[in-house]
Design a protein around this ligand. Structure first.
Ligand SMILES: [Zn+2]
Length: 297
């Protein structure tokens, strides 16, 4: 599932290519991915609008369109949003695994049965939305009301960028109770960490994923703050983590999967102490941690 560094990498890849361009036509091939309107209404509402900016709030990509409309795109579990350049060939090596249905070749792909929405731009290029599991969605909203939408209004602070200060972080965690990993996953204090970066942040901070928040002292909270910033910055710098579906806007893989220290490494030696990493379940999610470096307090 794409988490914050992956969505931000896509935003940075798409922005320079699409800002200033006009959406000439939307082609919705799987109407159920459009929320809040019919596919026909969606297409007529975006037609002829210019892309003024590509922003992001948590894991929502926000295409600011002329006329005060915002196109929201959420990638769900397996969404891929890519730029298709009419001057470039589709990869001749493109193939889909008959077993998993996943795209194998990391490059510009032709429209296939998993490519559900095409946003045709002036000049013949397009934005392609491909989603094998189809848990993602697209929606339109008035730009002025986006922050108040039910899916967005209760979101916590953004961990990328200058607003992620110690004051903001400690304020967002003040008075919180319950398990550390559950809080990181639920997006109410800090947004953008899913299963991968929650495990990575707990590991970096030396905190057990089941650690009770109300027992954490200021020193531990400081370590958690630094760890959240570090794992997300590192992942963003590496262009995100590609385990299965995630691709950058140009179709290429991220590189962060080789840098993970906890996620997916159960049974392998801890990078810090050498002990075998343990696997457990927290908030119904598989969780990996070091029993020696991440003790409950
Ligand atoms: Zn260890």
């Amino acid at each position: 599932m794409p988490e914050l560094p992956e969505v931000e990498t896509i935003r940075r890849g798409l922005g320079p290519k699409v800002v200033g361009r006009t959406l000439e036509r939307a082609e919705v091939r799987f109407p159920a991915l459009v929320r809040g309107s019919t596919a026909g209404e969606f297409a007529s509402r975006v037609r002829g609008r210019r892309v003024e900016a590509v922003d992001r709030r948590a894991k929502f990509l926000l295409f600011r369109l002329s006329g005060g409309t915002t196109l929201l795109v959420h990638l769900g579990m397996s969404g891929q949003l890519s730029y298709w350049d009419h001057r470039l060939p589709d990869s001749p090596r493109f193939s889909v695994s008959p077993l998993t249905g996943l795209q194998r070749t990391p490059s510009q792909h032709p429209v296939d049965r998993h490519t559900h929405v095409l946003l045709h731009l002036d000049g013949g290029d397009r934005i392609q939305y491909r989603d094998i599991r189809r848990f993602g969605h697209l929606a339109l909203a008035d730009t002025g009301s986006v922050e108040g939408l039910p899916a967005l209004r209760r979101l916590g602070i953004e961990p990328l960028g200058p607003g992620f200060t110690w004051e903001a972080f400690s304020g967002a965690l003040r008075g919180r109770r319950g398990m550390l990993k559950a809080l990181l996953l639920n997006q109410s204090a800090v947004v953008g960490l899913g299963n991968i970066y929650s495990d990575e942040a707990c590991f970096e901070a030396g905190l057990h994923p089941r650690q009770r928040l109300e027992r954490l002292g200021p020193g531990a909270l400081r370590r958690l703050y630094a760890a959240v910033a570090m794992v997300l910055d590192q992942a963003l710098g590496a262009g995100g983590t590609t385990l299965r579906d995630y691709r950058r806007a140009d179709g290429s893989h991220g590189l962060n999967q080789d840098r993970l220290k906890a996620y997916g490494r159960a049974g392998q030696p801890c990078a810090r102490c050498g002990a075998a990493l343990k696997r457990t379940v927290v908030s119904q999610r598989t969780t990996v941690y070091c029993g020696r470096c991440q003790r409950l307090k």
